[in-house]
Ligand binder design. Sequence first.
Ligand SMILES: [Zn+2]
Length: 343
Amino acid sequence: MSSLENQVGEIGARLTEAELCPADLLAGQEAAFARDIARLHERSGEFVAVDCPACGGAASALAFEKYGFAFRSCAACKTIYMSPRPSPAVMSDYYSNSENYAYWAAHIFPASETSRREKIHKPWLERVTGICDRHGIARGTLLEIGPGFGTFAALATQSGRFERVIAVEPTPEMAAACRARGVQVIERRIEDISAAELSAADVIVSFEVIEHLFDPKDLVRQAARLLKPGGLLVLSCPNGLGFDICMLGAGSQAIDAEHVNLFNPQSLGGLLEVSGFAVLETTTPGRLDTEIVRDAALAGAVSLDPFMRRVLIEEWDRLGWPFQQFIAANGLSSHLWIAARRL
Ligand SMILES: [Zn+2]
């Protein structure tokens, strides 16, 4: 099983939510998201009940409901997952017509790309490079699955740290955004790419994608198919057992209509191990848990016991960031990274 590493230095500089999403744009996004959710509910008759997407276990208990969707907790591996969930066809339609994504693309992303590049994607590139070098993975071909607008892939391309960087993005607008940033794109679904046309990848990365998928095992299988033996898969996603999700439950922003799989370090590691991977590193390099819980407490959305009140409110300036570093270093943040080698 994977080991949780103490790597405080790797989480990088302090980060605030406002740097990632200007507050004046939030209201517009929330309204767009509410319309997306209403559209999902219109097709609730096509939702599908599923077993645990990590371990396949059938035993579960209702964890909470949010926006009218039920989230269950797996009795075996503690993964939190939406069930019933939108069918693959409903999900595909949802993302194609999402007003939330259109709003994000038109307003929030342009206003925050520079900040995201510096504060998020640069540390990601450092982290991926570090994993490669620690484990002797060749920095040949890097494939990114689900690159969005291509900020990370562009940085990786420009850095020269990999011989070749390729983004796999079937959505035309996103593929165009990647190309505009100088990224080589394969504009198809990953399952439609043959291993023969692509010399096998040394490294595959996929950030904040697997939590959205109807069947996350598909992504892992496709990665195994396109990686060289010994190649590296790096995934990031929310940690369903992390601090902000544990403290806020359904009130956490990580619990929404799109995040249908909330793995934890052990359950995602288990999924990789039964899919032909050996886990190399599992880390939770999050930087926002404490600020998110503090903001919820200040807004009256959660009540804190005296100890947490002292850390997150009364002595925030002194204790907030060291406490976040403790959470991140000990596998307790709600932001999860896992690196695994294809056997
Ligand atoms: Zn499970």
